[in-house]
Design a protein around this ligand. Sequence first.
Ligand code: DAH
Length: 344
Amino acid sequence: MEIQTQLKQALQEIQEALLGVSTPNELADLKAKYLGKKGIVAEWMTAMKNLPNEEKPRFGQAVNEAKNQINDLLEAFRTQIEDRMVSDKLAKEALDVSLPGRVFPIGAKHLMNQVVEEVEDLFVGMGYTVKEGPEIEQDLYNFEMLNLPKSHPARDMQDTFYITEELLLRTHTSPVQIRTLLENGGKKPIKIICPGKVYRRDEDDMTHSHQFMQVEALVVDENVTLADLKGTLLMLARKMFGEDRQIRLRPSYFPFTEPSVEVDVSCYKCNGKGCPMCKNTGWIEILGAGMINNAVLDATGYDKTKYQGFALGVGVERLAILKYGIDDIRAFYTNDLRFNRQFK
Ligand code: DAH
């Protein structure tokens, strides 16, 4: 066969073969078949030796051209394969940044902590510091130094869990008052709030829990009056229940304060007109407070002729129940996530 025809045929074969080639290895095989040491082009070169001398140059030139063409063809194809592999890889590893991400479950603060922090924010803003104390407390601090000596009838209001005769689960956060007064040795002014858990021997029901939380505030300084207490109570009522709230003080009794007051806030549902929320009185009771009893100042070494003070104690659950319309105090403690999630 005429060499030109053979070359053309070879090129055509290669083009057809390339259709079936998809990997660099397959391409290398094809290259070896044509351009390798024992490949077709090499055979042609061998064949050239048997040609008459005058035909050799033309033949050789044709084979060379064919070799270059084959080489160009295969190289061009190699670039194509490599490009395709890269784009295949990119397609496979593509990140769809518009896909929604995985949702990480993020917890929320328990409603109790939210309410405590709300109260803390208000008081810290007025220059108070937050103080904590132990939940296992001495009878001395929980009762005696708060003007509730052993066998005082007012202890009945706060029956608790005794560990020994002298140790108990605190019934209120008021012993932190005593601890702080003692720490300050009868000298320095005091401005603290004490949030924390307290315990009472109550039967659990919709409105009672044997464990609950209080926040107490205590101020001791020179020239502290009931007017200061009243202003502070009004701030607290407005912070928790809205800027147009009013407060009302009713005389009350706590052994550790004198005078003592029960504090009502004007009903935030009916604005004082009377509704089921406030039992038609227009007022809702929120906390107890009073001026520090001289007996407490005496017991802790404060000079009652120089220092006065006030204190207030509020139930955190009660605040939350009123503010968020919760109907069962036990919801705070049973850890039903459906309840907790409502307050995210
Ligand atoms: N400790 C009281 C209670 O748990 C609440 C209370 C009333 C605290 C008057 C006070 C206060 O600091 O001044 O019932």
